[in-house]
Design a protein around this ligand. Sequence first.
Ligand code: UDX
Length: 434
Amino acid sequence: MHISIIGTGYVGLVTGACFAEFGIFVTCVDKDRDKIEKLKKGIIPFYEPGLEDLVKRNTKEGRLKFTTNIEKAVENSLVIFIAVGTPPRGDGSANLDYVEEVAKEIAKNMKSYKVIVTKSTVPVGTGFKIKDIIKRHLEKPVNFDIVSNPEFLREGSAVEDFMRPNRVVIGAQSDQAIAIMKDLYRPLYLLETPFVITDIQTAELIKYATNSFLATKISFINEISALCEAVGANVNVVAKAMGLDGRIGPKFLHAGIGFGGSCLPKDTKALVKIAEERGVPLRIVNAAIEANENQKERLTRKIMEAFNGKIEDKTIGILGLSFKPNTDDIRESPALFIINRLLKEKVKIKAYDPAAIENTKSVFPQIIYCSDAYSVAKEADGIVIVTEWNQFRNLDLNKIKKIMRDKFFFDFRNIYEPEKVRQLGFKYFSVGRV
Ligand code: UDX
């Protein structure tokens, strides 16, 4: 089967490379010439474990192609995935300009039956909107179907998530489209992956409901972490015991500095907006968003209060800039929030991240970037673990203590044992543990 993926961003590129790995002939289309030229040479514009190998191998074996020519790609494909960005507008709603533009382009170049699939996270009702746009822009009558096939890829483990998903969701109106989609995902049938076949609007909502629920779980445990601090309880133990209840499950119950990234913050706000437009209050999702802002605020205040408000001219070292480990993505990263606040207090910031320094430089050119955790700690008054990269889990704390000026240690991912760190002589602060 030949398919095309329009948009070679994060979702598009992972989807294209993984389908090629399944043995399908994939053409990835993007209007950014420079990006396409780089991709042809196997240069990936972002960091994602395993993706470069996949792209290089499938390109070499002739199953993966890159082009700026949408016309040819549409003509040669039975299935066309729309995987362009849906960035948030000022009011939290998703901006569908790119999706609509692509729908028009597809329509203009359609000469035979096609299945048009939305992979981008789009508001409920977008599938029908796309159908309408395509109908209006067809140059001659051609039969086609619309499918919603949301992605659930986590940055840092996107390839694994694609190859071994918890489920595949397919929303469609026609049996023919469903059969084609099932055929495309056939390798996953062999792994007994559950398939949820439903209508288009339900599939669209599943994505938002899933991400909003995950965000709610995180915000729940983060609010409990504040209460743990107030009553002297340990949030890690609370979360562990809660997670052992099969009805709750252990995942997404790690208290920390709050959720960030390109999906959870954007999708929660977009869902609230979708619901508002229909007069349906989503109080819980709203509260999850608010609690997340509050957690970033509360923990940043913790740093300032540790210094009794006299933080001006102190040097604080930030360990981890990406919103989570194994990615260079800094979108909505809590690290940016903390840095921004501390800079306002005239704090001197040093920072290190294994992958996200380049991206952060464009936001904060004025801070000092270091080559590892130890150069961050050198002559710092305090260090803050913001992202739980593996290399921060086993730091030589004796060495760090010796090279720091003062000994404030803020572990906002709870990766160290409070007692052990305090015994070494640090003034240690974490989340939901006293
Ligand atoms: C998320 C969804 O998991 C994925 O299915 C969807 O397709 C895109 O959005 P991603 O944004 O890559 O993926 O990251 P995820 O692993 O979900 O983490 C999101 C944020 O929550 C991170 O900032 C992470 O640090 C935080 N988090 C996660 C917690 O603070 N505690 C947890 O227990 C889990």
